[in-house]
Write a protein that binds this ligand. Sequence first.
Ligand SMILES: Cc1ncc(COP(=O)(O)O)c(C=O)c1O
Length: 373
Amino acid sequence: MIPFNKPYLTGNERACIDEVLRNGRFAGNGVFSKKCAAWLEERLQCAGAILVPSGTAALEMMMILANIGPGDEVILPSFTFSSTANAVVLRGATPVFVDVRPDTMNIDENLIEEAITFRTKALCPVYYAGVACDMEAVGALAKRHGLLILADAAQAIGSEYKGQPLCSYGHMAALSFHETKNIHCGEGGALLINDPAFLERAEIIMEKGTDRSKFFRGEVDKYSWVDLGSSFLVSEITAAFLYAQLECAEEIIRRRVEIWDRYYRDLEPLERAGKLRRPLPVEGCVHNGHIFWILLNDAATRDHLIYALKERGIGAVFHYVPLHNAPMGSRFSAHSLPVSEDYAARLLRLPLYYELAHEEITCIVKSLESALP
Ligand SMILES: Cc1ncc(COP(=O)(O)O)c(C=O)c1O
């Protein structure tokens, strides 16, 4: 059996969790939460990092912090997870879906401007497979129209763009540490704040709308309810697990990229034979080996491959159903988005995890060769 994903354990998780048990402090904002935040701030070059219970929570907190509200519109790709759009809808705002580029499956920057109206408040690029959008074009549009860039970087830890951490682009970015991600803690996430103007209020929103953090630092003599908020904190046990992973992030990402490169090399003959298409390299982007996807010639071939590989014990899976076509998404959009619709139906993700052996990659490639019509 070769599963689609196998969450990796570094072997240090237990020691870090044992330290929490010895310390006897389990609630949020403890020693390990602070260590994780410091790691993220330094490596991803953001002004502040806040550990939260999931990538979904990071997106939701980001929308509160950005003051997204009723009447506002937020532009995002349709080819993404429901969480990106839910975070907008939960604020009473409207998600505006834009088509993706066929090379990256990321928002097509050439289609953004025509989607901007006087109601548009933010652009929400999604870094599919840890690959960058054209952030220079997105940045220029945001500047010209006075919009915020709120990035869904759920898959993008360790990716770079033009020599800078990809997560450091935009005003804020949301990371996921779900067990399917490169670095994980079962369920988890982080809100990365690049624009320091958002730091002070973030502390309050995270602490159920209170100024408790100021109280703990001795800056106020009591704390009270001062703003909107929720419980966006994570337990020290989760943070300890995550820290063990972060310490090994470089090695985990190195190995995933090695696997990605191996697929890329071994699938070249099938691409030359016109049977599939591999992802295209993106100028200026160093990706993190999060997903290896291939594009088949038609939806029937993709569906056949999922079944044929499963028969051989290999877990290969499709990805997002474009949101504008989903029952909830169609309430917000009546437009057709041809690339999202066509490509989502033909895209297949191959197994990719730290412990995937070279012989297993060879077996997957051989199985693709024999199963492809
Ligand atoms: C693009 C994107 N955004 C958001 C999320 C949500 O992250 P989480 O599962 O940590 O809530 C995911 C999860 O797969 C994702 O792929």
